[in-house]
Design a protein around this ligand. Structure first.
Ligand code: 3H9
Length: 696
């Protein structure tokens, strides 16, 4: 039974049992409504709502959004609770989230296990709490906690919820026993049927200033997102009469539901969860135990990777060529953690515990017992092959040997070992201790076991894993090339760096492409190009300016100048006329006449180049599904979640329109750059979905 009702003495107990997370599906809502009706007229003196399984109700059922509504609605149930003749109590374990927490807030009392968390994460789905949460929380907890809970969407511990008057009692032990006892006690004491709706929020001038400041902050922190601003509108409306406040909440909730931003963010919610799944993996695939991890290379990347594992409580052996090199790496990690302590993110004691998980070494022999070794040395095939030859001779049988390469062939790396089935790519993104994305790269011979283990390990260390097949640059960096190409070409054809970056940032990208180049260092691409033939380098117009900048000593942020100049104190970027002199002379040299380019053209060229390459990656089977590509871009490349990744973006734009625009670019720009992906042409013609596309 999804929802059952039973009397425990004088207490009616409604139990929701709808795996995995007791979401408020139609069946759950109907079950609760029926049980409340029964409880209204039976012999019970109080009603407890409790859940089976791992959590209290984790919210509305997101899979039902966008489908025709079915009664009873959640708001109808909450009305039933508001008017219920018996005392009502929510008994919370796991995570009471969104509509689940709103259900609890409509009960007269709330009891929670110490380990429980409560929250209103709707903002992460481009929504706002739409079942009275925006009106009840301010009445119970006041302004500050309401802003915190609803604009961040982050859950809080039961103890914090109790401090904010959102939970009445926090307990250890058996929740049902505690809840029934509490209900009996409340009845015996003739406790009032408290209702959050009867509370009041009075905003002072200082409160109004605080809301304005929060609006400004959210405009910066969640640039382009509409839900945070609407949440603040609802909080302001909590000053009104409760029913008027609810009307305002309803109006803005519907606006959010109809906003393409929420469609995109809900797509990302499911995309993130789908990405962790490997297609066609035999059910009996066993996972290896990863308790000891070796990392080769104590530079920025290796050090960042070491931090990820050490923070997850996994023992790390960090290796570099000499004691000096590895000690320098440890020193850098220590400095990073000192900043975390200074900012209050970690305590000294926590850092001590993490650092104790890292053992430095300069001897490969110390890697003999490792379960997983990740190589993070210089991006050069011969050097990486040397490392893997050594590992092959030292590591125990069955150890997973991973390369953090961004471009090299996993197969060529595996070929120098006697165990290619144990070799795969684990591509972290810089800074590795911060960026959530991890591309798990499958070589031709990588075994199912190591792929499944790497995907699981990624989750253990808090990463979002995406499986990629083998190709140059894998999913993310391969797509970046046409994106960066179009940025460079727009610069040559008439735009300025500020126009290109500004257009992309206003569209929603965290950072424009040229500013990203400056951040990463323009010398990296320059050095990589030095190894390439003219043919491999491609059109000179795509790299001439970058080359000239590097040759002028402008390596990007690290040298204080690149496509921009950087203020030495604030690191603020400033337009630099010298750059335009370089651009204009490069145009003259290549015979390119500049024209006016619109922001729309810049955005379309960059986004469509990205998505067209993504579609090719999909049809080649490099990515398992379109939504994986969206996860790569949103978690690794600063693509805005509220646009849902490049594949969702062109689906939302309309594939027919996207194809027409690509074809237009093919006829007006360099046709070689605009070869339409076959599946885009096919799907646009058939009207089928790209995001739902699955390669047979
Ligand atoms: C809302 O409530 C609106 C209201 O204010 C107003 C209404 C009128 N629905 O994350 P996991 C699935 S908006 C449907 O891997 P965990 C999930 O897809 C909602 N399905 O587990 C996955 O499926 P699969 C506000 C859901 O233990 C499986 O459950 N609430 C929902 O790492 C396991 O999920 C939220 O935003 C759902 N609401 O984390 C909470 N939630 O196995 C969203 C999960 O097929 N949920 N699924 O891939 C979460 O944050 C996490 O799932 C949770 C568990 C913390 C609960």
């Amino acid at each position: 039974m999804i929802v059952s009702y039973a009397l425990k003495g004088k207490v009616g107990v409604i139990t929701v049992d709808s795996a995995p997370v007791n979401a408020l599906s139609h069946a759950v809502r109907s079950g609760i409504a029926n049980a409340l009706t029964t409880a209204a007229t039976d012999h019970s003196m109080a009603v407890v709502i409790i859940c089976a399984g791992r959590t209290f109700i984790a919210g509305a059922d997101i899979t039902e959004f966008g489908k025709p509504p079915q009664e009873p609605s959640l708001n109808q149930i909450l009305e039933q609770l508001d008017n219920h003749p018996k005392l009502t109590l929510a008994a919370i374990h796991g995570t009471a989230l969104g509509g689940g927490f709103e259900t609890a807030l409509s009960c007269n009392y709330r009891i929670a296990l110490k380990s429980a968390k409560v929250g209103l994460p709707e903002v992460k789905l481009g929504l706002l709490p739409g079942a009275g949460g925006t009106q009840r929380v301010p009445r119970l907890a006041g302004l500050g906690p309401s802003i915190n809970l609803m604009t961040t969407g982050n859950p809080i511990a039961a103890s914090q919820a109790a401090e904010w008057s959102l939970v009445d009692r926090v307990v250890d032990g058996d929740l049902l026993t505690e809840a029934v006892a509490y209900a009996e006690q409340l009845v015996a004491e003739q406790a009032p049927q408290k209702q959050a709706r009867n509370g009041q929020l009075i905003l002072s001038d200082a409160d109004r200033d605080a809301i304005s400041q929060q609006r400004e902050l959210m405009r910066k922190k969640t640039r382009g997102e509409t839900a945070p601003q609407r949440i603040l509108d609802c909080i302001e409306a909590a000053e009104l009469d409760f029913d008027k406040g609810l009307d305002r909440e309803r109006e803005l909730f519907i606006a959010c539901m109809q906003d393409p931003q929420s469609t995109a963010m809900r797509h990302m919610f499911f995309a993130e969860r789908a990405a962790a799944k490997v297609d066609n993996l035999p059910k009996d695939t066993s996972l290896l135990n990863v308790a000891r991890v070796g990392i080769i290379g104590a530079g920025t990347m290796g050090g960042g990777i070491a931090m990820c594992f050490a923070q997850a409580g996994i023992a790390v052996t960090l290796l570099d060529m000499s004691d000096d090199a590895v000690n320098a790496g440890i020193e850098k990690i220590t400095k990073n953690y000192a900043i975390s302590v200074k900012r209050g993110r970690l305590s000294e004691a926590q850092v001590g515990g993490i650092m104790a998980n890292i053992t430095p070494t300069s001897s490969y022999n110390d890697l003999a017992d490792m379960d997983l070794v990740i190589e993070a040395v210089f991006e050069n095939l011969a050097i990486k092959q040397d490392v893997f030859k050594t590992l092959d001779g030292i590591c125990k049988p069955g150890a997973i040997l991973a390369s953090n390469t961004s471009y090299q062939s996993i197969d060529e790396i595996a070929s120098v070992t006697s165990r290619p089935e144990s070799v795969l790519g684990m591509h972290f993104f810089s800074p590795a201790n911060v960026m959530k994305l991890l591309e798990v790269v499958r070589g031709a011979q990588s075994s199912d076991t190591i792929i499944a283990t790497a995907m699981a390990v990624a989750k253990t260390i808090g990463k979002v894993p995406v499986l990629s097949g083998m190709c140059y640059g894998f999913i993310g960096n391969r797509m970046l090339r046409p994106y960066a190409r179009e940025a460079s070409l727009c610069l040559m054809e008439g735009a300025t760096p500020a126009q290109i970056d500004g257009a992309m940032e206003r569209w929603g990208m965290a950072m424009g492409p040229l500013a990203v180049g400056d951040l990463a260092g323009l010398d990296i691409g320059y050095k990589a190009r030095e190894q390439l033939t003219d043919e491999q380098k491609g059109e000179p117009a795509t790299y001439i300016v970058a080359d000239r900048l590097v040759e002028a000593g402008r390596l990007g942020q690290k040298s204080g100048a690149g496509y921009y100049r950087y203020d030495p104190d604030t690191r603020q970027r400033v337009d630099d006329p010298q750059v335009m002199t370089i651009v204009e002379s490069a145009c003259q040299e290549l015979g390119i006449s500049r024209r006016v380019i619109s922001d729309d053209e810049i955005v379309d060229r960059l986004i469509l180049a990205l998505a067209n390459e993504g579609a090719k990656i999909l049809e080649e089977g490099i990515a398992q599904r379109a939504s994986d590509i969206d996860v790569v871009y949103c978690f690794g490349y600063g693509f805005p979640r509220f646009k849902g990744g490049p594949m969702h973006t062109i689906e939302a734009m309309g594939l027919e329109r996207a194809v027409a625009r690509i074809n237009e670019f093919q006829s007006t720009l360099n046709p070689g750059n605009w070869q339409l992906a076959t599946i885009l042409a096919e799907l646009a013609a058939s009207g089928d979905s790209l995001v739902g596309y699955h390669r047979d």
